[in-house]
Design a protein around this ligand. Sequence first.
Ligand code: HEC
Ligand code: HEC
Ligand code: HEC
Ligand code: HEC
Ligand code: HEC
Length: 429
Amino acid sequence: MIASCKNPTVRGAVAVTLVVAAGSVWSIYQTHGMLQMVHPETPLLFDHGLTSLNSQASPGWTNEQCGTCHQSEFQQWSHSKHAEAGSNSNFQAQFLEAVAGRAQWCLNCHAPFNHGALNHASMEPEDVDELFVSKPDWLVAGVDCLSCHVRDGQVLGTRVTDLGLAAHPMRRAPELGTPEFCGGCHQFAHKPRQFPDAFRGRLQQASLEELIAQNRVADEEMRCHDCHLAAGNHKMPGGYDRELVTDALSLSLNATWRSDLSAIQLVVSVSVHGVGHRVPGGEHFFRFLSVRTTLHDASGEIIIPANQDMPAGLETPITILVLEELPRVEEIRKRLGDFERGKEADAAPTPDTRLNPNETRTFEYLIPLRTIDRNKLLEAQTSLWYHVLDPEEAKGFRLPVEELSWELHRVSKEVAAGGAGSQSIDKER
Ligand code: HEC
Ligand code: HEC
Ligand code: HEC
Ligand code: HEC
Ligand code: HEC
């Protein structure tokens, strides 16, 4: 049993009393040392969910208890997506729908400290949905302190100090500080229902591979930690952190008349700043960006593009898309098709349109105008959206669609009537 400490910070004074407790902790540690011969050791690096975690934590160790001494880490973690990885409604919906013989596998990453809860290698137990009726503590804790920090009954850290050793048995684990540690859960391929465990097809999360590629290009050694665990912040912000995503992306819009006043040309650009992998990062299956562009008149009425050939003599470069209807929506995503899932080797791979680190993606449109629209004051508008789940899929699961997509940026430009003084007004929010 480890001691508890109500002090906001871990201080030497506390540690003195802990030395007393350390004796009994040590004997528990010894016992665990013996147990280890019976139970094989679980490595610190998660192997893509294939092995259930056996941390051999002392029976009394709970996240709350870690939190009595490590208050800031506990507070931050409590508000993290890791803390709700086993209980959030998106996970629950997908888990109950799609487990198909993979329930234990899902839990090995989403709530690893589950004491082999289901532990059926090949089949779900019948009562798998009962799990969510009155959720057990381990499911509510999701990816918790014990999952990442305890093995063989010892606390693992990248730094071992006398104070630490006095508080609990511990061991230095440099692996914790590596991107590969995160990649143990954050990079894996599609796994079909058949056991024994085998992956098929392409990666459905590839954060580690993408980071390694980017480090090579930029000649850097960035780690996931530098951005997602900066200053030890255990909230580990990601896609659900609206500020992080908003700051990582920017949007611009330019609107000009064509010289013969027959059309308006729009240039929309999306840029990425300070991301170590492709964007959106994380799960290809769920996350995507969309860019919605439109042109309307002063009353807010959306313009109907003219159905006409462009006048001769003003050839349109092929990079420019002539729009036939508005609004125009671009999706920036990697879908998973039969090829990616390893179902059909001959199927065409789905295109991967996610942004590269530091990329600026530009969309150029031409909107041919009907005569009646040519003398109006027009406003072009573009907005960039982040989606954590496809709205159609969210509807199917009866999840709150509007909470799963949000606007990151919006830019508007007024285009003066008839091309007169086409200076435009920026309305970036
Ligand atoms: C998803 C894995 C993960 C979870 C969950 C997690 N940690 Fe950590 N923690 C880490 C990693 C990785 C580091 C090491 C960072 C480094 O040294 O580069 C770390 C570092 C620490 C440190 C060292 C000081 C610091 O903040 O860097 C403490 C203390 C700590 N964690 C306590 C906790 C507690 C308490 C919990 C539960 C409330 C917890 N951790 C949950 C991964 C995790
Ligand atoms: C009785 C208080 C106490 C409890 C309870 C406690 N710890 Fe600690 N922990 C400490 C002290 C003290 C240190 C050493 C801090 C230092 O040297 O700055 C430490 C060190 C650590 C470190 C390494 C910190 C570093 O700087 O790299 C980690 C990781 C850690 N604890 C995790 C945990 C986890 C996980 C739990 C729950 C299983 C836990 N601790 C429970 C007091 C406690
Ligand atoms: C035990 C498996 C596991 C490990 C190890 C792990 N994660 Fe996670 N992580 C998850 C799961 C599962 C989720 C999805 C939670 C959810 O349901 O939204 C997640 C979510 C995240 C998110 C998204 C948060 C958001 O706001 O959307 C980030 C960022 C993240 N993890 C970073 C890290 C980093 C950095 C590390 C390494 C220090 C790490 N994770 C280690 C399992 C893990
Ligand atoms: C240079 C900074 C940086 C590095 C390094 C980095 N990330 Fe990210 N990551 C971000 C930013 C910013 C976002 C938000 C934009 C986006 O979704 O891509 C993000 C998004 C994510 C997401 C999406 C969360 C969600 O809810 O879908 C995950 C998961 C993630 N990162 C994991 C990782 C892992 C794992 C590593 C290491 C292998 C890593 N990141 C390295 C900056 C970084
Ligand atoms: C190898 C580890 C691993 C396994 C196994 C795994 N996941 Fe995940 N899952 C993750 C990580 C890491 C994320 C976070 C990615 C991100 O934020 O983009 C995630 C994200 C999710 C999300 C999005 C959650 C949200 O908050 O929006 C759902 C839903 C999900 N997983 C369901 C499942 C289901 C169902 C299974 C089993 C069929 C499963 N996962 C198996 C690691 C895993």
